[in-house]
Design a protein around this ligand. Sequence first.
Ligand SMILES: NC(=O)c1ccc[n+]([C@@H]2O[C@H](COP(=O)([O-])OP(=O)(O)OC[C@H]3O[C@@H](n4cnc5c(N)ncnc54)[C@H](OP(=O)(O)O)[C@@H]3O)[C@@H](O)[C@H]2O)c1
Length: 317
Amino acid sequence: MRPVLSAPVVLGAGGRLGRVVESLLAALEPATVGATRTEIDITDYFRLREEFERFEPTLVINCAALADVDRCEAEPELAMLVNAEGAGNVARACRESGARLIQISTDCVFAGDGGAPHAEEDLPAPGSRYGMSKWEGEKRALQLCPGALVVRTSWLYGPSEGDFVERTLEIAGREGWVGGVVDQIASPTYTPDLAQALVDLARAGADGVAHFTNTGACTRHQFALRIVAMAGVAGGLTEKPQRWSELGRRAPRPANSMLSSARFTALASRTPRPWEEALAEHLAARARAGPARRGETPRRSSEPPRRPGGGAGRARP
Ligand SMILES: NC(=O)c1ccc[n+]([C@@H]2O[C@H](COP(=O)([O-])OP(=O)(O)OC[C@H]3O[C@@H](n4cnc5c(N)ncnc54)[C@H](OP(=O)(O)O)[C@@H]3O)[C@@H](O)[C@H]2O)c1
């Protein structure tokens, strides 16, 4: 049997998480294939099958999703098409090609009541169309691909444009205030830490459901305050803590979406690092990169070129 990391495929490789996962895997295994939406659309089952026949993946990490929670509320059919049917297509194609599957999911599958971190066995009860479509995607992944692993996570940020860290710093710099809601609590999670966790879980042969976040938790407002303080722009800023209901957003979010990473700790024999430590590393890397590089995921020279013209990933050796 081929080692699980010998031919990995990352779907949704143009996104915030997918780019970082592809970058890490490519550094470990030059045969890694990263496919953006234009290269492999997960709603096209036949395209998936064709590409999997070509690449013969050992592992598929599905980072592709409609992850804009408010857009999912406005376009629920599209949310189901991508997050549920798309995930099901990937699972079927993995089963048929013999690849292991890691399906990425979200804290938004939980209603968000109670004050304790959610364990994997807790029953989901999503309050948004996004959460419903992602939960349906989880079920299809587990039903259609024996041995699949669903990894739930929360509040992602990293070397990407437009995430909460970037928006907070932009508003602080441009308008001189720091916001964030006070009535939602979860764990900010650094995408490079999640990417490493996915590699660890794949190596451990984990299946079923596992949660991974950085440890500790905070409100969005506390997160925003730490971002500006650690980035050294706190002086003279006006604090504007808000309540979720004041923002007028379309989709509800869970009030408490803390996730317990205890199963991950048992499987990987290590504890995720605290969210403040990961944030400090990210802000230091961001400062070193300078303004021109912010928002870019560095691409290593070992990474395979994406083939132009719609063909996904590396050429067959
Ligand atoms: N962001 C968070 O805070 C967060 C929290 C918890 C869990 N998650 C989960 O983490 C995963 C990654 O999220 P992310 O933050 O990286 O989202 P993202 O930046 O929006 O990335 C998702 C990627 O999927 C692609 N995509 C959309 N429809 C597709 C399709 N039909 N076929 C193939 N690719 C498609 C998108 O391409 P286009 O941009 O070209 O449409 C995008 O590149 C998702 O499963 C999400 O539910 C995210």
